[in-house]
Structures are given as structure tokens and as C-alpha cells.
Design a protein around this ligand. Structure first.
Ligand SMILES: Nc1ncnc2c1ncn2[C@@H]1O[C@H](COP(=O)(O)OP(=O)(O)O)[C@@H](O)[C@H]1O
Ligand SMILES: O=P(O)(O)OC[C@H]1O[C@](O)(COP(=O)(O)O)[C@@H](O)[C@@H]1O
Length: 312
């Protein structure tokens, strides 16, 4: 069976991850560094899939001036690299975890994509993405790529690969939805921004998921942080609750969940099993400083601790 997956990250990042017990604005804050990782949403997804034994190709844009960390990661993990290198630097995002387990993100800007580079990306990516079973499109848009051009690319992508898994935020999320991807994974906050109102109860969240389904999206998975995740599709709705775990860093938890969802779907597992697996993969990410699955036994044990039930 052909199980090939590509992930597209238009705006990757180096994540500088650290621990600062209590951030005080306007003061000098001392930070214990946990790591500097070549990351970004689709790259985190690819790392998880590779650890699960899936053949994965990555693409998008990388800044020419600081591409070495990414190139090294791809060759170390055996990930096929189709990134387009553009002038400038890939951004560095700073992620600080406090004693309360709250993460504060500083997502910086990086390279700017010029029209020529965007046109080249459109033509090139659409010429090779059609050979994949699934394509994950993840993260924000870099400077120079406007939401309309992104919608246009997503629509063309859908015509060559119907199984698009989409995870983004704000204007990029709204733009990508216009192409009715097959599965979307917003977190609760992203869904609230899209709906333009708070979603205080799980019933509100499910109602918003149905609004997305009415736009032609088959599967809507909403991650709810420590509360777990909801999966809504034509067959029903399921709620997964993660076990209590020690929080090292929640950075990449959502991406890990997307990696787990793709794996379960590729293996043609049921929605219940896939959500259980994806939740377990996400919890593993939370309990370590970086994403990835080091131990399949640990994953199996985590899966058995996830509480899963239909949600009516
Ligand atoms: N504190 C936590 N304890 C246990 N699991 C967590 C915790 N935070 C997140 N998770 C798991 O990670 C998943 C994704 O987290 P979430 O914060 O919702 O995504 P995102 O990173 O996209 O904002 C959740 O659905 C949950 O399974
Ligand atoms: O492209 P965006 O939306 O700025 O997000 C990029 C950031 O999101 C991450 O992929 C982590 O995402 P999640 O915590 O949602 O899984 C980081 O690696 C990266 O710095």
C-alpha cells in the first residue's frame, strides 16, 4: 500500500524553548534554556510521522542564511526535502514555559517571499504533491504571501490531492478553509476567532464544528489543551481526555496530534482509535521538551490511559 505523506510549512521556525518560573513584564527575566529546534508546524508533524515509520516529504520555504539546522535535521531523520530556499533568514520563535505550565509564545517574522518565488512554489509544488496520499498544510503565512494567493493554491492543491489535513490560525486559517480541506485541526482559541465569539461549553464547540462541516469539511478535530480533543464527522462526535502528565512543554502538542491523526487515518483505523492514538502522541510531546516518539511501548501505555467516549 502506498502511504506517502507530504507536509507543507510555508513559514517554518527555529523554536528557542525555555523555562522561566514567573515572567515579569518590564523586568530582566532569567530563562533556563531547554533547546533550540528546527521546527514549524509541518516539520513537527513530519518528525512524528517519521518516528512512526512513515515515509514523509517536507516542503515550503526556508531562509537561505540559516538553513543548516533544517538541512541537518532532514538528513539525520531521512526526511525527503523539497523546501524552496529563499533570500533572508527563517524566523526564531521564543517559547517560555512558566511554573503554572502556561506557555508564552513570541512568534517573530522572518524572510519575505517575493512574487517570483511564490509563482515558482505554486508551479513546482502542484507538479509533485499530486503523487501523495495525504498532504498536511500547517502554520502561518510568511510576509509576501497574501491570504487570497494562499486560498488559490489550496484550491489547486485540492484538485491534485483531495486528502488535505489543515492546521493554521487567524487569517491563514480562514483563507485555507475556502478550499474545504478534508480534515482541519483548530484549537479552541482558533475556532473561537473564526466563529467571532467565545465557545465556553463543549456543546458550543461541537456546534462550531458542524458549521465547518457545512462548508464541506469532512472531519473537524478541535484540540482543547489539557481537556483533550473532540472529533466531529458525519458518523458522530468523540471526546478524548488525556491522562494527567508532568508538563515539560506544550509546544508542538497540536502538531503531534496532527501527526497521530494522519498516522491513524493512513492505517485506516477507526475515528475512535485514531483519536486515542493522536491524543497519546500529543501527551508524549507535552511530557518532553521536543516533539517525537522515542519509545513505541511508552506510546502504547499512554494510549491505554486515554479516556475516550462518544459525545452527544
Ligand atoms: N497540559 C496537558 N496535559 C495533557 N495533555 C495535554 C496538555 N496540553 C495539551 N495536551 C494534549 O495535546 C493536545 C493538543 O494541545 P492544544 O494545546 O490543544 O493544541 P495546540 O498546540 O494546537 O494549541 C490536546 O488535545 C491534548 O491531548
Ligand atoms: O506558523 P505559526 O502559526 O506561527 O506557528 C509556528 C509555531 O508553532 C509550532 O509549530 C508549535 O505549534 P503547536 O504548539 O500548535 O503544535 C512551533 O514549532 C512554531 O514556532
Amino acid at each position: 500500500m502506498n502511504r506517502r505523506v507530504a507536509t507543507i510549512t510555508l513559514n517554518p521556525a527555529y523554536d528557542l524553548v525555555g523555562y522561566c518560573p514567573d515572567i515579569v513584564l518590564g523586568e530582566v527575566n532569567r530563562v533556563r534554556t531547554a533547546g533550540l529546534h528546527a521546527a514549524g508546524k509541518g516539520i513537527n508533524v513530519a518528525k512524528v510521522l517519521k518516528d512512526l515509520g512513515i515515509d514523509v516529504t517536507v516542503g515550503g520555504f526556508l531562509g537561505k542564511e540559516n538553513q543548516d539546522g533544517f538541512q541537518q535535521l532532514f538528513s539525520e531523520l531521512g526526511i525527503a526535502n523539497r523546501f524552496q530556499v529563499v533570500p533572508g533568514r527563517t524566523r526564531i520563535n521564543v517559547k517560555l514555559t512558566e511554573a503554572s505550565n502556561e506557555v508564552t509564545d513570541f512568534n517573530f517574522s522572518g524572510f519575505e517571499v517575493c512574487q517570483n518565488d511564490w509563482q515558482r512554489f505554486m508551479a513546482d509544488s502542484l507538479s509533485w504533491l499530486g503523487q501523495f496520499d495525504m498532504v498536511a498544510v500547517s502554520g502561518s503565512l510568511p510576509a509576501g504571501v497574501d491570504p487570497e494567493s494562499f486560498s488559490d493554491w489550496m484550491r489547486q492543491l485540492r484538485s491534485v490531492c483531495p486528502c488535505i489535513i489543515f492546521d493554521s490560525s487567524r487569517e491563514a486559517f480562514a483563507a485555507g478553509l475556502k478550499a474545504s480541506p478534508w480534515l482541519v485541526k483548530p484549537n479552541r482559541r482558533e475556532l473561537e476567532i473564526w466563529m467571532g465569539r467565545p465557545l465556553p461549553t463543549l456543546e458550543d464547540v461541537v456546534e462550531a464544528a458542524h458549521a465547518l462541516r457545512e462548508d464541506g469539511i469532512a472531519h473537524v478535530v478541535i484540540s482543547l489543551g489539557v481537556e483533550g480533543a473532540l472529533w466531529v464527522n458525519a458518523s458522530g462526535a468523540w471526546l478524548a481526555k488525556p491522562p494527567v502528565c508532568e508538563v515539560v512543554s506544550t509546544v508542538g502538542a497540536g502538531d503531534s496530534m496532527v501527526g497521530g491523526l494522519i498516522y491513524g487515518l493512513l492505517m485506516r483505523e477507526s475515528s475512535e482509535h485514531t483519536l486515542r492514538l493522536a491524543t497519546a502522541v500529543a501527551v508524549l510531546a507535552v511530557s518532553q521538551s521536543n516533539v517525537g516518539i522515542k519509545d513505541r511501548m511508552q506510546l502504547a501505555s499512554m494510549m491505554s490511559q486515554v479516556e475516550l467516549k462518544p459525545f452527544n
